[in-house]
Design a protein around this ligand. Structure first.
Ligand SMILES: [Zn+2]
Length: 339
């Protein structure tokens, strides 16, 4: 029997070998971009805001959008995010302590994975954060690591055939967005037309990856990486292109460390892990967070995804990632984890 630990390691290696190998590949920026929204003065904030009769929301970013002061607001219970003019809200400084009972802060404070008994401690964390979702169904997540290949549009179209507004979380890297403006706008059009309901997850801007380097010096743990810039530059690029960032961040390679987790926490983002990578075809239990790469670099995984969809082996319904925090951690070595 293969242990879950080996599975996750394989997920990490294979997900980047297949999905992220083209990190930093330079391709010409495609045409077709919507008019930029001109984001300026982008800053991290933490405010509690009210606008009767609406519920209280928390502001985590402030910016000038086309010259108008704008807030990135979070509903602290549903985790949905909104970009709204600051003038519509009455806000005051807030603290984590004041919001500690909210679902939002509890999700940010998802405890790190428990070490296996007798395991040697490592200088990095893998698959930290929310790794399994609450309740039934599954959470489909697609990573858009930098790639020289076009978006796998048939994957999105297959989800659209499941039903209107099928939820999909797309972890977007800044470099993918920079070089795939046409694909990004196509995705936005699919969402506007009601075919899919996209949640944009931050996947860092440059998504560093160095084949062969140990994890503790790779991905965002590579020397010289500016984690704060990786977070905020991706959000700015997404907003500039017409998207709204969610409260989720997926670490490239699912590799982090406590220092990076502290920065994520300070920026009020929730680390998003995964149950497994489909290429190993694990049996998925309800609440599974499924990881695929629709960035053109993982055709094998998407073929497996299509087969599993066709044979009804993906837990239904597909659900929005906002619903995921609160699910129990998967056991370390479930006997049936791997076929
Ligand atoms: Zn990636």
């Amino acid at each position: 029997m293969i242990s879950r630990a080996i599975t996750i390691a394989a997920v990490l290696l294979a997900s980047c070998a297949a999905g992220c190998f083209h990190a930093n590949a330079a391709t010409p920026a495609a045409g077709g971009a919507a008019a930029p929204r001109h984001v300026a003065d982008y800053a991290r904030v933490f405010l509690v805001c009210d606008a009767p009769p609406m519920n209280t929301r928390l502001a985590i970013r402030s910016m000038a959008l086309k010259g108008e002061r704008t807030l990135l607001l979070v509903d602290p219970e549903t985790l949905k995010t909104y970009l709204e003019p600051a003038k519509s809200w009455r806000c005051a400084d807030d603290s984590d302590e004041s919001e500690s009972a909210t679902r939002f802060l509890r999700a940010i404070d998802t405890p790190p994975p428990a070490p296996k008994p007798g395991a040697i401690s490592k200088p990095y964390l893998r698959n930290a954060g929310v790794t399994h979702g609450a309740g039934d169904g599954s959470f489909i997540t697609g990573d858009l690591c930098p790639s020289s290949k076009p978006l796998d549009r048939p994957f999105i179209e297959a989800l659209e055939r499941v039903g209107p507004g099928t939820p999909i979380s797309l972890s977007i890297s800044g470099l993918w967005l920079k070089h795939h403006a046409d694909d990004f706008q196509w995705l936005q059009e699919q969402a506007r037309a009601g075919g899919v309901d996209i949640t944009w997850v931050n996947h860092s801007f440059s998504h560093p990856y160095f084949p062969g380097r140990p994890f503790e010096e790779n991905f965002l743990l590579a020397p010289g990486v500016d984690m704060e810039a990786e977070i905020l530059d991706t959000e700015k690029a997404l907003i500039d292109s017409g998207g709204t960032p969610s409260v989720f961040f997926r670490f490239p390679g699912l590799i982090s460390n406590p220092a990076l987790m502290d920065i994520l926490r300070r920026d009020h983002l929730i680390a998003l892990g995964a149950d497994g990578w489909l290429v190993f075809a694990p049996p998925l239990r309800p609440g599974a967070i499924v990881l695929v790469h629709p960035n053109g670099n993982e055709p094998q995984g998407l073929r497996i995804f299509a087969k599993m969809m066709a044979s009804d082996r993906l837990p239904r319904p597909f659900r929005a990632i906002d619903d995921a925090p609160g699910g129990a951690k998967p056991p370390l070595d479930p006997p049936s984890a791997i076929r």
